[in-house]
Design a protein. Structure first.
Length: 126
């Protein structure tokens, strides 16, 4: 199998494919020589856990939701990216938490939730 990641940027897609499909020959291409050099430097340097989201791919997100309230100031915002299909469950979880008073979904052109914003409740709101 031959895979070419066109406009590879930092090479994340190419590296993920190479990691998951060991039989594939994977190349990253970009008009920017700096991007190609960056991708070359980080190849094989991503720890396994950077690609492993645990069961359902949301283990680290659930930990983030659990731990974020103690690190955010009242009224502070938490913002993070979610994978395709992860937005709905994550948003529902946030909306059920008393620690957050406002949750916003950011969608892509296809209407999929790809980023989430959540505002930490003020001390008297919890």
């Amino acid at each position: 199998m031959l895979v070419v990641d066109v406009c590879c940027g930092s090479g994340n897609v190419a590296l993920a494919i190479a990691h998951e499909i060991s039989a594939a020959r994977v190349y990253g291409a970009d008009l920017s020589g700096e991007a190609v050099e960056l991708a070359r430097r980080i190849a094989s340097h991503e720890p396994r856990m950077a690609f492993d989201g645990g069961p359902l791919g949301v283990t680290i997100l659930m930990r983030l939701l659990q731990d974020a309230p103690r690190w955010l100031r009242p009224g502070g915002w938490l913002a993070f990216e979610v994978g395709a299909g992860q937005g709905g469950p994550v948003v529902r979880r946030l909306r059920g938490m008393k620690s957050f008073c406002e949750v916003r979904e950011l969608t892509n052109e296809a209407g999929e939730v790809r980023a989430v914003l959540a505002r930490r409740a003020e001390a008297d709101e919890t």
